[in-house]
Structure formats: C-alpha cells, structure tokens
Design a protein. Sequence first.
Length: 433
Amino acid sequence: MKRPKEKQKTKELLWLVPPLLFVLVSVVSAQQVVDRIIAVVNEEIILESDVLQYAQSVAFQGGLDPTRHEEEFLKLKQRVLADLIDQKILLARAREDSLEVSPQDMEIRLEEWLKQVLKQVGSETKLEEYYGYSMAKIKRDLRKNIADGMLVEKEKNKKLAGIKVSRQEVERFYQAYADSLPDIKESIRLSHILLKVTPGEEAQQQASERIKSLYLRALAGEDFAELARNFSDGPSGKKGGRLGWTNRGDLLKEYEEVAYSLKEGEISAPVKTRFGYHIIKLNERKGEKINTSHVLVMIKVTEGDENRVREEIQLLRDEIFEPEGFSELARRFSQDEATAESGGELGWFEVETMPPHLRQASQGLSPGEISQPVKGPEGYHLVKLEEHVLGRKLGLKNDWGTIEDMALNYKRDQELRKWLDRLRQEIYVDIKG
C-alpha cells in the first residue's frame, strides 16, 4: 500500500526549499536547455527550466542521480509539473482573495531560509561561490519565490486550518496504513568542531604569480576569451570568461569597484576577492549595467595547508580532558559559522543517510564520546556523539503524537485534493506538454 504522505512530499519540498538555493546540483548548470513555456495558469507561466530546476532540487535532496536514473527522474519531473500547477492555482486564488504578505514577514522568512541553507553549505562565501553572485542578488532573486510561497501557505491555512482529527480517526488511519508508515530510523545527534583547510602564504604566492603572468599576456594582446577558456578556474571560463549583463550590487564589491572604473574594452590589473585573483575586461556599459568578462585564478590549498590544519585540530582534541569542554572549544575555535555559537550543535541525522565523513567519525562512539579528527569536504572535524536512538516501528502507544500529525496531514491533503479539483473548473489552466 502506498504511503499516505508520499504524494505530499514533493509538493512540500517545492515551496519549503526555493530552487535557487540548490544551484549546487552540478548537472543543472551542465545541461543546455532550450527554454519554453510548458504550462499557463491564469496569468502565471511555468517554464520548462522551472520544472527542471525544481526537479533537480528535489532529486538532490533525495539522493537521486538524474543521469543514472533517467526514467525515475522523468516521473519526478511529471510530478513536479503537476505540483507546480497546483501551487499556481492556489497562488491565483490567493490573489483573487486579496491576500497579502507584509514585507517584514517576508524578510523574516528569507532570513530563516538562508540560515537553513547556510547550515548546509557552510558559509555565505560558499553559497556565493555556488551561485556565482553576491548575497544581495541571491536575496533579490529569492524574494518573489518566498512571497509567492507565503501567499500559498495563507490560502491553504485559510481553507484547511479548521480541519481536525478525532481519536477514532487516528486509530482508523493507523490500522489502514500501519504497514506502509515510515519506520523511525536509527538516528544520532551530533556536535562538531570544524577547522577549515584554507590556503596559506605559499598558495597565495603561487596564485598571485599566475594571475600576473596572465595579465601580462592579456596586455600583450592575447585574446582575452581564449585566455579565460584555457586558464580560468571559474565556471565562466568555458564561455570565454563572460559573465554577461549585471546590475550594480550583483557581483562582489571588490570586483565591481574595479569593473565600474574601467573604460569599454579596458582590462584591469589583478583584483583579489574571496574567490581568488581576477583580471577583468569591461565589454560594454549601459548606465548602471555592465557586461564583463574575467579570468579567475583560485587560491588552492597545498599539502602543507592540509598538514597544518590536521595538526591544529589534533592539538584541540588533546585539550579536551572532559567531554563537557567540547561546546566551549566549539564556540571559541570552530569555523562553522552556522553552529559555532550553539557549541557546535549539528542536530539529528538518520544514520543511513548522513554524510560519509560524519558517519565515519561517529562510528563506534557512545553518547558523550568524542571522535578523532576526520576529514570532510571543508576541512577537519572533531565530532561528539550527543544521543543515539535505535530504529523501530511506529506504534500508537509510543508515537501517538507523530501518528496523529500524519493522520491530520493525510486528512488535510485529501481535502486539498478535492478543493483543487473544484478550483481547476474556475481557474484557467493550459498544459502545453
């Protein structure tokens, strides 16, 4: 029997996780998609790229590789399109009902989303690196998605808030779906200390010398686009370094200060940003809009940098004479901006789906114990196991609140389905295939 919450899962992911936050999915940028309108709902359009981007986001979270599971990903895209249409229908109804979202509430929600995402990716720098733009532009792009999502929430709450479930309904729900309800997975709660592996003086010097060499070649008349294609470390390198048209505030401050000072066709001296060293060419300017290309040389860590950080975190590990001191050291030394203030608290993880480096570090630990240093994508971690819960089946006796929430969500979802069927008779929907 199908899980009663399975249909709902994709829809929730669509609105709870704006797609721009998951540009980390490499296959999105790798694919060349000819965009087209795939559906129209009232005055709102849904582009093929919208469906692809949302589907990639959901696949990324669910661990689905679109390149290896093409048929499954195709079905996911079909579900995503259906759910996007549902959201546009609810958005159209919210506007008909003159619902509004205050700018203050929207900004609060935006900051909440960013906190969640920064906890996943590690820092604003990392998010800007993935996205390719400044935080100012990322926020600007997200605001409409978040405002639309909040309007949909308001419309749904207005319709469904009064729905309740009785004790008998919870019991009937459990009897009907007990075999298909998700198990409580084996889970652990972790804290950590992260020391990032960052480039030292040797790496800085190597990058500086390399960018100066490329700058001299550009001044000598070598084709700028070819230099970018052959030597740039940035994702725009394959496009000859072209970033296209941007507004003031879209790019990093250091980059823009130089770019806006150039004359058309002029090439800048090397400029340092958090991503590395750039030489910038101003292709064209129209008022406050600029069209630039750049060659980027990233400052890459060396083996010496790795060894230095590994030694530093081992020294920290040796300082922890009592497990209670872990949180204080995390506050003082951890370079995870999202968790340091809370003493390194990472929260709960299902053991079977947790990141490999955290699984490796926590393996064999008992609650209260601290791991030896372990290497992760950003640097070296010390991990403390706070709690450990074994997996088991859901049961009415021990999990009444969880099952009651499931029964309520199921009932609301059924009502939502019926309501959407009625709204489709009132709101214009054109699916172009």
